[in-house]
Design a binder for this molecule. Structure first.
Ligand SMILES: Cc1cc2nc3c(=O)[nH]c(=O)nc-3n(C[C@H](O)[C@H](O)[C@H](O)COP(=O)(O)O)c2cc1C
Ligand code: SF4
Ligand code: FES
Length: 569
């Protein structure tokens, strides 16, 4: 019987099942057998050549791009093709929200999928109504789903129709996109290579490559300018580069372009408008730590940047400005992959489960190598910090120094990325940079650091915005995503929205976060705002979660009880 099975697999082109070559290997795989048609389709999409384990997520993207979803037959065939256990491939495909895994007995989704953002800014700006109205207009004719922040909060509410993103979404605009009469919002004009070079662009990189600058000199300049990580943690950039360089070669670099914190869109903003400033900073960082390769982890919700960044890199390479391998990898819709160690797991083709630290990525990072991880915006400022540090050293406001890129969204007249003095207050930011509050709205609450940084009442809108200023109050500015709320946005809705987000995005690895967010959402959905029970949950999540997601999930609850007790049921 076993002989027969093996003969059949060989006959159908599946070859000999994997084994150690001793002749004693199992002659057919347990469980689901590989369908030869599905295998041929997988091989046609992925092309010839050896499969790389770390490219598994890219292969899943390629199959989904081709077929519109991932069938179990294709997943099983991919597992065969990569000589991986089927369970592993299924587990990874189902971890990521961007992949549509369709079981055998289920119907494949149609050719159009609409997603409507249900994260905080979009919800307050009417996203819920757009979602409900679309569902009632289309019923089951079109697949319509809620989705987490799409990184375009400045044009909330936002929806996507397949890979086209539409800001200021209304039912009619989404319907026009479904009918093919409206395409994605156009990207803003971008500074190309020639224009960038005309203003001195890439001169610093050339100075570095030609030995006219020393690695220590460049790192000292970053220290002097006070550059800190802008992905959220604010770690001093020069110190990070120095610590990676002190580790043994070969060293790698990974760029965090995952940008999925609700309310944050500055990395997209800068990559769209001035990609070469980022690329130059990235190449200088790679030079400073003598990286052997660079991996850019770009969120999949920025498909336009995948193309434009790839083209910009090609232009720079063709101009002879670098010859290092640079790989752009797409994320797959999991917020947790912005956490640096989860990002490394994802780059290795695995589920994005944060690693225990230490060891830190600077010691044991991507593929076990010392790895420098920086956020897009951190790298964007490298050239300026070294060649023109004055704005970084200038007085900000209220005794703070330098400048920050605030992603401002919500109830203001002019949302967007505002490059403003560090230490500016929310009230000043709204009045001086955002043309004030929208008509009919008065400031009631705000979030200084996206979903993770806490929620504060209007009476705290005169607190300076900078690293360290909100920590004593139970928050932080993180990636400087300022979400502005008005008296028309009940705090109970805000906290529920944030907890739903954390529940949805929890990777499930540790119990305090997985069960804590689940329990909190269940209580809030019942309208049960028991201070003692929710307070206990918040303490467990904050104290015992492995990573920043579970720790941050506690802060909306704590802020609600501390700052808005009179608004709770
Ligand atoms: C839950 C969570 C999500 C995060 N998301 C991002 C992100 O989307 N982009 C980012 O650059 N950093 C993010 N970070 C911070 C990274 O872990 C890391 O600190 C950063 O990429 C380091 O780069 P930097 O020093 O240049 O800021 C996140 C952290 C946590 C805990
Ligand atoms: S805190 Fe949450 S997201 Fe972080 S490792 Fe634990 S379960 Fe995963
Ligand atoms: S795009 Fe909707 S909240 Fe960010």
């Amino acid at each position: 019987m076993a002989e027969e099975t093996e003969q059949k697999t060989v006959d159908t082109g599946l070859g000999r099942p994997p084994g150690k070559g001793t002749g004693k290997a199992r002659r057919h795989l347990r469980g689901r057998q590989t369908d030869p048609t599905a295998l041929a389709e997988v091989q046609a999409v992925l092309g010839p050549g050896q499969r790389r384990r770390d490219e598994l997520i890219e292969y899943l993207h390629a199959l989904q791009d081709q077929f519109g979803h991932l069938s179990t037959a294709h997943l099983a065939a991919l597992a065969w093709d990569m000589r991986l256990p089927q369970a592993e491939v299924f587990e990874i495909a189902t971890f990521y929200h961007a992949f549509d895994v369709v079981p055998d007995d289920a119907e494949a989704p149609g050719t159009v999928t609409v997603r409507v953002c249900d994260s905080l800014t979009c919800e307050v700006m009417g996203g819920r109504a757009v979602l409900d109205d679309l569902l009632s207009r289309y019923g089951t004719d079109v697949r319509i789903l809620p989705a987490a922040c799409m990184g375009r909060c400045d044009s909330a509410p936002v929806a996507s129709v397949n890979r086209d993103y539409i800001g200021g979404a209304t039912v009619d605009r989404v319907a026009a996109a479904i009918d093919g009469g409206l395409s994605a919002d156009p990207a803003p004009e971008s500074i190309g290579l020639a224009a960038y070079r005309q203003t001195g662009g890439y001169a610093l990189l050339q100075d570095c490559s030609a030995g006219r600058r020393t690695m220590d000199g460049v790192i000292d300049a970053l220290d002097a300018a006070g550059i800190r990580g802008l992905g959220g943690a604010g770690f001093p950039t020069g110190r990070k580069w120095r610590s990676v360089r002190a580790e043994p070669a070969p060293r790698l670099m990974a760029v965090n372009a995952d940008e999925s914190e609700p309310g944050t869109f500055k990395d997209r903003w800068y990559l769209e408008r001035d990609p070469h400033r980022f690329i130059e900073g990235m190449l200088i960082a790679a030079w400073a730590i003598e990286a052997e390769a660079i991996y850019i982890y770009l969120r999949t919700e920025y498909p336009h940047l995948h193309g434009s960044l790839g083209k910009a890199l090609d232009d720079v390479r063709a101009a002879g400005l670098f010859d290092l391998p640079v790989v752009i990898r797409r994320g797959a819709g999991a917020y947790i992959c912005g956490e640096e160690s989860a990002m490394l797991e994802s780059l290795e083709g695995k589920r994005g489960l944060p690693r225990h630290k230490p060891p830190y990525p600077s010691q044991v990072g991507l593929f076990g190598r010392p790895t420098l991880i920086n956020n897009v915006e951190t790298l964007y400022w490298v050239r300026d910090a070294v060649t023109d540090p004055a704005p970084f050293l200038a007085d900000g406001r209220h005794g703070h120094k330098g400048q920050r890129s605030f992603s401002v969204s919500g109830r203001v007249r002019s949302p967007g990325v505002k490059l403003a003095p560090a230490g500016i207050t929310v009230r000043e930011l709204i009045d001086d940079y955002c043309d004030g509050m929208q008509d009919g709205h008065s400031l009631a609450a705000f979030l200084p650091g996206g979903a993770s940084g806490g929620v504060f009442p209007a009476k705290m809108a005169d607190t300076p915005l900078d690293f360290g200023t909100f920590e004593p109050h139970g928050g932080f500015i993180g990636s400087a995503a300022i979400i502005v709320l008005s008296a028309q946005d009940p705090i109970t809705d805000t906290v529920s929205n944030l907890l739903r987000f954390f529940k949805h995005e929890s990777c499930g690895q540790c119990t305090p976060c997985r069960s804590g967010t689940e329990k909190a959402v269940a209580l809030l959905e019942r309208g049960d705002w028991d201070a003692e029970v929710l307070g206990d949950l918040a303490t467990v999540m904050a104290d015992a979660s492995i990573c920043g997601l579970g720790q941050a999930a506690a802060s909306p609850l704590r802020c609600a009880f501390k700052y808005f007790p009179e608004d709770l049921p």
